[in-house]
Write a protein that binds this ligand. Structure first.
Ligand SMILES: [Zn+2]
Length: 219
């Protein structure tokens, strides 16, 4: 029985398909790094590249058939592309490194970061399903125009501040929108026309006016 190596792809337990070596970390350094980036297995990050080359393999199930010759060998262009378990860990680590040094207000997360964060946490904790969260979000009405809820929130937030702490900057700017009309089943109306909250027109909206209020701390 031939020796079976550990597959470098996180969580892979394929017991039968043939296994393939990484490109050599020195002779084919760029390809080796490309494979590592795609496979993105966190526990490999602390290992020496030569150790990975000697002790880990990648199963055939992770390669596209056009990257495999008729006798089962990999072509030079082959890169792992299939049955790769989620890249969650890798992305989360990158995001953490990127945001770690920034102040909380300066941290930025892409939509992907947020979704991946939820996916990772949902493996560890019993969280509400995506559908439950979406149905809760749908209940929050957020229409055009002046939103009284936001004003109430601002009022509540600053009620304990001193007078000099209430100095603020009000900024406003326009934001381009993708012109689009769609039927909202929950609101039973067409969304996408120019809407000021108190008045609508038949023009299709392509811009929004955005306000931002920032507290300026006066010392
Ligand atoms: Zn595998």
């Amino acid at each position: 029985m031939s020796l079976r190596y550990k597959c470098a792809v996180n969580g892979c337990i394929d017991p039968i398909s043939s296994q393939h070596r990484f490109p050599h970390p020195q002779k084919q350094a760029a390809r080796f790094q490309e494979w590592m980036k795609i496979i993105a297995h966190l526990s490999l990050l602390n290992l020496n590249n030569i150790f990975i080359y000697n002790n880990y393999r990648v199963c055939l199930i992770h390669f596209r058939k056009e990257h495999v010759s008729i006798n089962g060998r990999l072509y030079k262009c082959a890169i792992p592309a299939l049955n790769l378990t989620s890249h969650t860990g890798w992305h989360m680590l990158k995001d953490q490194l990127k945001n770690r040094m920034k102040k909380p207000q300066a941290r930025r997360f892409t939509l992907h970061d947020k979704i991946m964060g939820y996916k990772l946490l949902s493996r560890l904790f019993a969280l509400p399903s995506r559908n439950t969260i979406m149905s809760v979000l749908k209940k929050i009405k957020f229409g055009c125009g002046i939103n009284q809820v936001l004003f109430n929130h601002i009022k509540e937030s600053i009620k304990n501040l001193q007078s000099q702490e209430k100095y603020c900057t009000l900024m406003f700017d326009e934001m381009a929108l993708q012109a689009n009309l769609h039927w909202s089943t929950s609101q039973d109306r067409i969304i996408g026309f120019e809407d000021y909250g108190f008045e609508c027109s038949s023009k299709i909206a392509d811009h929004a006016l955005v306000f931002m209020l920032r507290l300026d701390l006066v010392l």
